[in-house]
Design a protein around this ligand. Structure first.
Ligand SMILES: [Mn+2]
Length: 307
């Protein structure tokens, strides 16, 4: 079967419909379907930021029901789940509703109505999303294919990829195995800069931790490994990262992730890794990889619609 893997949509219904159309999907019996039976695989982060978050979810849910689409869980769905689900062992939510944690989620809550029946129904749906989708010949997770964490999550997923409540609740308890696995797989690896150095992220917020290019074996220094706005790169120290920070090499199975908000002309990261997030949630293009069974990924298979 052919798969079209699609990066973080973040509530951008217009770009999503334009991309599905460009990929050849058409609405039939209430859902986007491809005439050749292809399937669209979404990399998570369907929500937050954009103006049509409920519509985006409805399109994906209709495709799942029709068998023409699937999605995994991104860090934004995991955050949303924690914001909507109470901790059975306390009086608070699993992810406390404090200002700092709600900032990026406010627009979603405004669109669905906080604590409305729709909100609660969507929280229940987020619970069903698999953080890992391993189809044998291709692999998907939102941020980092870390083999140990992937194993922890796979062991907890049922045959539909769903995690049980116990694992999900555990994933909000810091420094437990479920928490570590979800952190790595949906948010990636973040490394503190030495000497308390900082840089400015896309929102011009000073940060002490860098996201790193885990798929790149040659990225051994902080400066080379850092995923930061290009103008900030010179602020990152050009010294080797400590050995314990050395990341696993990318695998030999084509692996697709979103999350990293790349810029510039879309391109694969190497023959077996493609990052498909180019900031579609704000001004960037929404990017897909059209996969037809190839073992080595290449740039000709990327298709996108502009921001
Ligand atoms: Mn994202």
């Amino acid at each position: 079967m052919g798969y079209d893997i699609i990066g973080d949509v973040h509530g951008q219904g217009g770009k999503m419909k334009a991309l599905l159309k460009k990929l050849g999907y058409r609405i039939k019996d209430g859902a986007y379907r491809h005439p050749e039976g292809r399937q669209a695989l979404f990399l998570g982060d369907l929500i937050d930021r954009g103006p049509e978050q409920v519509e985006v979810i409805n399109i994906v849910r209709n495709m799942i029901e029709a068998g023409s689409g699937r999605t995994i869980m991104g860090n934004h769905e995991w955050n949303a789940l924690g914001c909507g689900m109470r901790d059975p062992e306390g009086s608070d939510y699993l992810r406390p509703r404090i200002e700092a944690k709600m900032k990026e989620h406010k627009e979603f809550l405004r669109q669905v109505g906080m604590d409305s029946p729709l909100h609660m129904e969507l929280v229940d749906w987020f619970k069903t999303l698999p953080p890992v989708l391993d189809l044998g010949s291709i692999r998907l997770c939102h941020a980092w294919w870390n083999p140990d964490s992937i194993d922890v999550i796979k062991a907890a997923q049922d045959r539909n990829g769903k995690l049980g409540d116990a694992f999900l609740i555990g994933s909000y308890r810091k420094r437990t195995a479920p928490w570590q696995a979800i952190e790595y797989v949906t948010k990636g690896y973040e490394v503190s800069l030495p000497g308390g150095d900082t840089f400015l992220d896309h929102n011009e917020v000073p940060r002490k931790e860098i996201r790193v290019r885990w798929w790149d074996d040659s990225a051994t220094s902080y400066r080379k490994a850092a995923l930061v706005p290009e103008g900030e790169r010179s602020r990152i120290p050009d010294i080797p990262m400590p050995k314990e920070v050395k990341l696993g090499a990318s695998s030999n199975v084509p692996t697709f992730v979103g999350h990293y908000w790349l810029t510039g002309t879309p391109g694969v990261q190497n023959a077996t890794t493609a990052v498909l997030d180019y900031g579609a949630g704000i001004n960037g293009p929404l990017v897909a990889y059209r996969w037809d069974g190839e073992i080595l990924l290449n740039n000709d298979k990327l298709i996108w619609v502009k921001g």
